[in-house]
Design a protein around this ligand. Structure first.
Ligand code: NAP
Ligand code: ZN
Length: 363
């Protein structure tokens, strides 16, 4: 059976925000802009949104305090800053856009405790969200997920429900300001989505087509990732690859590398993309060989080892202790939501071995 549902309208091009200012007026009379502390001010996306809102006569307020890997209290603070909003505009990387989605849920369900919303209630209502990505990695502009950090359970979790943005507005100029480190880590996140979606129990022919085009574009960009300044046409390929990867995981979900990477981000402060990327090669050894070979070919490598060496060159390594490896393995082994997306049975030992074969194990 083939199934595909992705209700986000993608609008992509130069100056798309200001040129499409009327689109914002369709969404309501008052917007809450949700963004990080500085990047959207520097790359011009925030100014462009404000200009579009002013042209359309829409009132707005700004919450510009979204942290990286936003926590429950961070999104609650954002929601409280705009309870009278009709719609939410998330601008930035995955953190502000995911925060925008969680805020859209909290404002719409203001009578329910936000932690209860996160863990217990499956409410399907949220204010409409417009996503304006400025990193090419998470694909959140076309996924229904909002990954929020839960300090009580010391992990990251999908904020209970499915909020596909109504619009994803993409203009390459906002992505060109990414520092090399952010560009590489986020690109590796997109690559990991492609791998986890393609090798997923929920993979199907349509998702495979999407993934294969994503790999091809990623492969065409790989030799430019490490350059200090990236050309616009290469950045566009990376964005397309990342958006395709988002469309893919919106159907398949992610699996082991994301589940295993969350602990590295939470406890060892490793950026999301790098945290998944360091696990990737060892994970692929547990997967369907024909599909793995296809990935390697589409990316333009000769062997899995060559692919692994390339990744190590661009993202480096991570060091954890043996007791951390044991603790994280148990957490992953209990994460049935992610395990079920991997097509084969995995033991606790398999997970531990992925960690210790992927990472440096220190004292
Ligand atoms: P991010 O945490 O959103 O941003 C990382 C850093 O990059 C921040 O310092 C940010 O600055 C900066 N930045 C963003 N865009 C920039 C630009 N154009 N120029 C210069 N600097 C820029 O990073 P991310 O990797 O995109 O998102 C990670 C989050 O997304 C994680 O929480 C992860 O779990 C989640 N995620 C979600 C999905 C999903 O489907 N929902 C999928 C994968 C991952 P500012 O703070 O100043 O903006
Ligand atoms: Zn990711």
């Amino acid at each position: 059976m083939l199934n595909y549902y992705m209700p986000t309208k993608i609008i992509w091009g130069k100056n798309v925000i200001v040129d499409n200012y009327k689109l914002f007026s369709e969404m309501g009379k008052k917007a809450l802009i949700v963004t990080g502390r500085s990047s959207s001010k520097k790359n011009g996306s925030l100014d462009d949104v404000i200009m579009a809102l002013k042209k359309g006569g829409i009132k707005y307020s700004i919450f510009d305090e979204v942290e990286e890997n936003p926590s429950v209290s961070n999104v609650v603070k954002g929601a409280n800053s705009g309870l009278d909003s009709d719609f939410i505009i998330g601008i930035g990387g995955g953190s502000p856009i995911d925060a925008a989605k969680a805020i859209a849920v909290i404002i719409k369900n203001n009578n329910i405790d936000p932690r209860e919303l996160m863990f217990e209630k499956t409410v399907s209502s949220a204010l409409p969200v417009i996503a304006i990505p400025t990193t090419a990695g998470t694909g959140t502009e076309v996924t229904p997920y909002a990954i929020i950090t839960d300090h009580v359970n010391k992990t990251k979790k999908n904020y209970c429900q499915k909020v596909f943005p109504k619009y994803a507005i993409i203009d390459v100029k906002y992505f060109l300001t990414m520092p090399k480190k952010v560009r590489i880590s986020t690109a590796v996140d997109a690559l990991t989505h492609l791998v986890e979606g393609y090798l997923n129990i929920n993979a199907n022919l349509l998702n495979d087509y999407i993934a294969e085009e994503g790999f091809r574009l990623w492969g065409e960009s790989k030799n430019y990732l490490n350059e200090d300044i990236i050309q616009e046409n290469i950045m566009e390929k990376l964005i397309m690859s990342s958006t395709l990867a988002g469309m893919l995981i919106s159907q398949t979900g992610t699996s082991l590398p994301h589940g295993m990477g969350y602990a590295l981000t939470y406890f060892n402060n490793i950026p999301h993309g790098k945290a998944n990327g360091v696990i990737l090669k060892e994970y692929m050894k547990l997967c369907n060989k024909d599909k793995v070979n296809k990935i390697i070919e589409l990316l333009g490598f000769n062997t899995l080892e060559e692919f692994g060496n390339y990744l190590k060159t661009i993202i480096g390594t991570v060091t954890i202790t043996n007791s951390e490896a044991n603790k994280y393995s148990e957490t992953m082994f209990n994460n049935k939501g992610k395990l079920k997306n991997h097509p084969y049975d995995v033991t606790l030992e398999d997970i531990y071995n992925i960690y210790i074969n992927s990472l440096n194990i220190g004292e």
